[in-house]
Design a protein around this ligand. Structure first.
Ligand code: NAP
Length: 235
């Protein structure tokens, strides 16, 4: 029987690429989104799962999503938001939204996914962190803080769930060509590519390959890790 996965924020960008890569590896993948219904449905049509609208920061919406899809063997906490600007210019509501989506969203999904995994004594959780979660960046203090939380959450949860046979890892992407970084503008993105030892920005497929590896049996002794996929941007 096919294994079931849920990828949050899989209507576009990294989440979409991860859902498609997992489907190629034989997973049935449910596709969560918040706004992009048509795009999510198009991805789900290729991954054999459902397209499900739920704001991951809303605990009740996440519970309703899990009632629809049932237990999952793999949860990929990918949905995320970013903001650029000085910390002192940041609206407190925006600070709160970043925490709600990037941190509480991950917690809300784990809360629903974990009990059946513990019952089965099997399962995987993969969280999308960022190189900024370990290194930080000017004008991305709030975002860096949320991704630092993702890293600590991943390590602690790996220790907690290891005895139940559940692996928990995170991927820390560098700068990846998606809508999230488009706001930086072409000049800045060109500079960032030049600062990357491999001489280019990452593609969503680069991150999807890391997710697929961590979800596979090839990574059966890998847990609690932060897998940087960044072309050596941070060393
Ligand atoms: P993206 O292109 O902006 O796509 C974001 C995805 O998340 C979309 O599918 C969006 O759905 C969904 N989403 C946003 N808020 C949501 C919410 N509250 N509930 C459910 N879904 C929500 O982002 P990306 O670049 O692919 O990033 C994916 C993940 O990788 C994020 O966690 C991000 O922080 C991380 N990351 C990205 C980069 C990068 O350079 N791109 C680097 C490091 C880490 P809709 O389409 O419906 O709006």
């Amino acid at each position: 029987m096919k294994k079931i996965a849920l990828v949050t924020g899989a209507s576009r960008g990294i989440g979409k690429a991860a859902a498609l890569a997992l489907a190629r590896d034989g997973w049935t993948v449910h596709v969560n989104y918040i706004q992009s219904r048509a795009a999510a449905e198009a991805v789900a049509a290729q991954t054999g799962g459902m397209a499900i609208c739920a704001d991951v920061s809303d605990g009740q919406a996440v519970e309703a999503m899990f009632e629809k899809i049932g237990p999952v063997d793999l949860l990929v906490n990918n949905a995320g938001v970013a903001v650029y600007g000085l910390l002192t210019d940041l609206d407190p509501a925006v600070w709160q939204r970043l925490l709600d989506v990037n941190v509480t969203g991950m917690y809300n999904c784990c809360r629903c996914a974990i009990p059946p995994m513990v019952h089965e004594k099997a399962g995987h959780i993969i969280n999308l962190a960022s190189i900024l979660g370990t290194n930080g960046a000017s004008c991305e203090v709030a975002y860096s803080a949320t991704k630092g939380a993702v890293v600590a959450f991943t390590k602690a949860l790996a220790k907690e769930l290891g005895p139940s046979g559940i692996r928990v890892n995170c991927v820390a992407p560098g700068v990846i060509e998606t809508d999230m970084v488009k706001v930086l503008g072409e000049e800045t993105l060109k500079d960032l590519a030049e600062q990357t030892p491999l001489g280019r920005l990452g593609k969503p497929e680069d991150i999807a390959a890391a997710v697929a590896y961590l979800a596979s049996d090839k990574a059966s002794f890998v847990t609690g890790q932060v897998l940087a996929v960044d072309g050596a941007f941070v060393l």
